[in-house]
Design a protein around this ligand. Structure first.
Ligand SMILES: Nc1nc2c(ncn2[C@@H]2O[C@H](COP(=O)(O)OP(=O)(O)OP(=O)(O)O)[C@@H](O)[C@H]2O)c(=O)[nH]1
Ligand SMILES: [Mg+2]
Length: 440
């Protein structure tokens, strides 16, 4: 292993807790650990119970010391973990002692960045580490774990492998005089690009809307006339008695938010004041905020009261028109019969609407895919690669463009490689790791 600076950071969250951990990585990690613990011998992967001392020999804290020699460690370098008490004061003192013994402060994400640089994981796995930590729902966390296991990276590698094979064939053609290349062969390469690259890539891209939403979440605003049942719907969808419901029009004045999830997508549901012309200054402000919430939301549900025709039309933008109070009708009037119907009070149609909402947010586009595209960076790289391959298809049938075809397929390969951190990707690494926390 090359000589590397030794970095140190507190790896557990700031604050008081049962255990606090400091992690060291680099060529000097073991030397520093020996000085800290006054131990001559530190066995690999063995839980040493010891005290850590300052320069004067005073105990700073005591706990478990673990040593993972390179290359079988998180970073691929020598790693030492000091598991002490979860006290910010003690951890800070211990970290200062590590610095005094030669360690330097780790940058955000530097441990994981080193893991990528040492070949312990690819860049998509490193991104999965932060996705795992940030996941707001169990389904999102599970998807992040699949990426972390390398499942997504393997899919990308497989695509890159097929592309390499095809590029080799195109380049081989360049060495032959035109008349010797059978047309059939080039048609065959076109077919391979279609079936083995474009089709799986397009299938993956389809999953990206849902996959990205698993992590970014979605804000849904409920708007509509007063008294249509917006607050009742918020309560029914979230399964909590959160908003005040009354038969007085204009009950809700403030914008009220509640978090829940639909098929693993974190949803922020926003209840708003009923839209109407009013002279009441407080209600006026409520209506202004309702409009603002609708503008800011990713999805706007326009709720109407099946029994009150005046509530059926809305002149601003909305995504879903939903009919409420279906219990008041045997048969929903023709004008609105094509819309989804619920009753917020009886609960009728609510479960179906949840399923519909999941589909609306892209859940059905993931069918057949186990591991989805979950980040805009990955989606863009695959889209760029897809566009380059599409551009190449006609070139393959014109012999004077074969060299251009090879070049553009190589670019398509490079674009996929950026997902895994292959190639000239220093600037990508800088951007990805700037989003990490210190100590990871
Ligand atoms: N029959 C029936 N009544 C409902 C239903 N949903 C809501 N209501 C009633 O309609 C009235 C208004 O409900 P809210 O949820 O307060 O309506 P809102 O749209 O939030 O009203 P504002 O906050 O004033 O804009 C209450 O009396 C509810 O009990 C429903 O599905 N069926
Ligand atoms: Mg309300």
């Amino acid at each position: 292993m090359l000589e590397s600076t030794t970095i140190a950071a507190i790896a557990t969250p700031l604050g008081r807790g049962g255990i606090g951990m400091i992690r060291l990585s680099g060529s000097e990690a073991l030397t520093i650990a020996k000085k800290l613990s006054s131990r001559e011998v530190i066995k690999p992967r063995f839980a040493h119970l010891c005290a850590w001392k300052d320069a004067a020999g005073e105990v700073i804290d005591s706990g478990i010391l673990l040593y993972f020699p390179n290359p079988a460690s998180y970073t691929g370098e020598d790693v030492v973990e000091l598991q002490g008490h979860g006290s910010p004061v003690l951890l800070h003192a211990l970290l200062q002692r590590c610095f005094a013994l030669g360690a330097v402060a780790a940058e955000p994400g530097e441990f994981t960045r080193r893991a990528v640089e040492q070949g312990r994981m690819d860049l998509s796995q490193a991104e999965a580490v932060i996705a795992c930590i940030d996941a707001a729902t169990e389904r999102a966390a599970k998807q992040a774990l699949r990426h972390l296991s390398g499942e997504f990276g393997l899919k990308i590698e497989a695509l890159m492998g097929r592309l390499t094979g095809i590029v080799a064939h195109v380049e081989a053609c360049l060495d032959f005089p035109e008349e010797e290349i059978p047309d059939l062969f080039l048609h065959d390469l076109q077919e391979q690009l279609q079936q083995e690259l474009l089709q799986p890539m397009q299938k993956m891209l389809l999953s990206s809307t849902f996959g990205e939403r698993l992590f970014s979440g979605v804000t849904i605003a409920i708007v509509g006339a007063p008294n249509v049942g917006k607050s009742s719907l918020l309560n029914a969808l979230s399964g909590r008695d959160r908003a005040i419901v009354s038969d007085i029009a204009g009950t809700t004045r403030d914008v009220l938010e509640i978090d829940f999830e639909v098929q693993g997508i974190p949803i922020r549901l926003v209840d708003t004041a009923g839209m109407r012309e009013t002279t009441d200054s407080i209600e006026k402000e409520g209506v202004r905020r309702a409009k603002q919430a609708a503008d800011l939301a990713d999805v706007v549900i326009f709720l109407v009261d099946a029994s009150d025709k005046r509530t059926w039309h809305y002149d601003a933008h909305y995504d879903i028109r939903l009919i409420n109070k279906s219990d008041l009708f045997q048969k929903i009037p023709d004008d609105i019969k094509n819309d989804r119907c619920v009753s917020a009070t009886t609960g009728q149609g609510i479960a179906d609407f949840m399923v519909y909402l999941g589909e609306y947010l892209g859940a059905s586009d993931t069918s057949g895919e186990d591991v989805f595209i979950t980040s805009a960076r990955h989606r863009q790289a695959i889209q760029t690669s897809e566009q380059l391959i599409l551009k190449t298809l006609p070139m393959l049938l014109s012999e004077e463009q074969l060299d251009l075809a090879a070049l553009s397929l190589r670019q398509a390969w490079t674009s996929l490689g950026a997902i895994l951190g292959i190639g000239d990707v220093e600037h990508i690494l800088d951007r990805v790791f700037s989003e990490f926390c210190i100590g990871k």
